[in-house]
Design a binder for this molecule. Structure first.
Ligand SMILES: Cc1cc2nc3c(=O)[nH]c(=O)nc-3n(C[C@H](O)[C@H](O)[C@H](O)COP(=O)(O)OP(=O)(O)OC[C@H]3O[C@@H](n4cnc5c(N)ncnc54)[C@H](O)[C@@H]3O)c2cc1C
Length: 463
């Protein structure tokens, strides 16, 4: 009898397993494909490897103003993809090692919950018994019902685009969310002609509007259509409606980046009493499903679709389970909380964007009275010496005027993804703008701009 059986070895499942192992729980992890899930094999890691390669390419192309002459700079697409594959393989084997180190029993196969406490593995017919089951089966690309999308060789998903052999001359991306924009950034930097079609009024709809405007200024080579509805795809042509006019974009390849769907058998789970919606398995703030002893984490819950949110849920659930098993302690009584309102996000590429907390529009809609400051990146010493005079970027801070607590930080800056954890910590712990202003930021760093934004907000508070 296992203490925990985890279905799915992505960043939700393997992190839950690692934590459970550390806590001394007897743990089984079932994975039907490669450990690391979408994140390592088809998501975060391969795309960041590719984006890093084009960043180096761009820097080499524009190194003249920094005093470096580079001749015959070229992008070798197959070497770039090779490096990506090597990085993935290395990291997957790192997880295999981690599972061994923490005495996790890893089963290769497809796990199905037979009843609470029993999971079968389809390929071997084994049945495992466990006190707790964590469903961490993740998500996969969803194809919208657009006529002409099926059986079309020009169509790519975020999975299949990672295996192409050559750079397309042109690419039309349907969907201007994070996945769409990161691929747009990659291919445009690599030299592909890139078009983006987004149905909503703006790309990256979760991001602060002012930050999106600054981000878009850096994407001049990408042809972006917002408020545009795709009507049909005919071979390699995308027909869409924009402001009442019908338009067509023809491209060598078409990437569908309109969202992901949770991997779960809704009717089977519902028959077992596990409440679900079309978006995924319903969980409470402690990741409990409606059936005691069955938990769900990560993308399959539909609550947040990021690797670090899946891992945060996984780590917390293993701690909750250890509390139940070792001290008969209910999750509500533990010190562990999942910071649902303070999950940071990052959009990678050049420039990098990151944020945590509320956008200005959300704060205003909530009825809160705010003060805000937006500091342009060019006022920052390190940004200027590294990016030159033409770079764009900003740091925007939002503060609740009544409590002086920081409620949102939005960055369009190099290293934004490396800096945002500090603001996550600040917001999750209720830091005031004075706390940030009294924090010592090393000089010269790009992060000093956060300090500048706090000082500017204090100025506004005293106005
Ligand atoms: C192109 C792309 C780029 C991304 N970039 C980022 C990024 O930069 N940062 C970020 O935070 N997030 C990023 N994401 C999102 C991130 O990859 C996911 O949010 C994250 O992987 C979710 O983790 P998970 O553990 O919930 O599920 P997954 O990573 O999807 O893992 C689920 C695992 O469960 C397995 N599985 C499913 N059903 C069964 C079963 N019945 N039995 C056994 N195994 C099963 C699957 O094979 C899979 O390995 C990106 C996603 C994509 C597609």
């Amino acid at each position: 009898m296992f203490d925990v059986i985890i279905i799915g070895g992505g960043p939700g499942g393997y992190v839950a397993a690692e934590e459970a192992g550390l806590l001394g729980l007897k743990t089984a992890l079932i994975e039907k494909d490669a450990l690391g899930g979408t994140c390592l094999n088809r998501g975060c890691i391969p795309t960041k490897s590719m984006l890093n390669s084009v960043k180096l390419y761009k820097h080499a192309q524009h190194s003249g103003q920094f005093g470096i002459t580079a001749e015959h700079v070229a992008l070798d697409f197959s070497a770039l993809m090779n490096w990506k594959n090597q990085s993935v393989t290395k990291l997957v084997s790192g997880i295999e090692f981690l599972m061994k180190k923490h005495s996790i029993t890893v089963y290769k196969g497809t796990g199905t919950i037979l009843e609470p406490h029993k999971v079968s593995i389809a390929e071997t017919g084994e049945v495992l018994e466990g006190k707790h089951i964590i469903i961490a089966s993740g998500s996969e690309p969803a194809l919208p019902p657009i006529p002409g999308i099926k059986d079309n060789d020009c169509i790519l998903t975020s999975d299949s685009i990672l295996t192409i052999q050559a750079l397309p001359a042109s690419l039309c991306i349907i969907g201007g969310g994070v996945i769409g924009m990161e691929f747009a950034n990659f291919f445009a930097s690599a030299g592909t002609e890139v078009h983006v079609i987004e149905m909503l009024p703006e790309i990256l709809p979760f991001m602060d509007g002012e930050a999106v405007s600054v981000y878009k200024r850096t994407l001049r080579t990408i042809d972006i259509h917002t408020g545009a509805k795709v009507l049909e795809i005919k071979d390699n042509s995308v027909i869409f409606e924009e402001q009442g006019t019908q338009n067509t974009i023809t491209a060598e390849k078409i990437l569908i980046a309109t969202g992901r769907k949770a991997v779960f058998d809704k009717s089977q789970y519902e028959a077992m009493g596990i409440a679900c919606t079309n978006k995924g398995i319903t969980v409470d703030d402690y990741c409990r499903t409606s059936v005691p002893g069955i938990w769900a984490i990560g993308d399959v819950t539909g609550r947040a679709q990021l690797a670090h949110t899946a891992s945060a849920m996984g780590r917390a659930v293993s701690l909750f389970i250890a509390g139940i098993e070792k001290r008969n302690e209910k999750p509500e009584a533990s010190r562990i909380r999942i910071p649902w309102n303070y999950f940071p996000w990052v959009v990678y590429g050049e420039p990098e964007c990151a944020g945590v907390g509320m956008t200005e529009a959300q704060a205003i809609a909530s009825g809160m009275e705010i003060v805000k400051a937006s500091i342009p990146a060019r006022s920052n010493g390190r940004f200027l010496v590294e990016q030159g005079q033409t770079g764009h970027g900003l740091c925007k801070m939002l503060v609740d005027k009544r409590t002086e607590v920081v409620i949102g930080v939005h960055l369009v800056l190099p290293y934004a993804g490396e800096m945002i954890w500090g603001m996550q910590y600040a917001l999750a712990h209720g830091a005031t703008v004075y706390d940030i202003a009294q924090t010592v930021f090393p000089h010269p760093t790009v992060s000093e701009i956060i300090h500048d934004a706090a000082i500017a907000c204090i100025g506004e508070l005293h106005h």
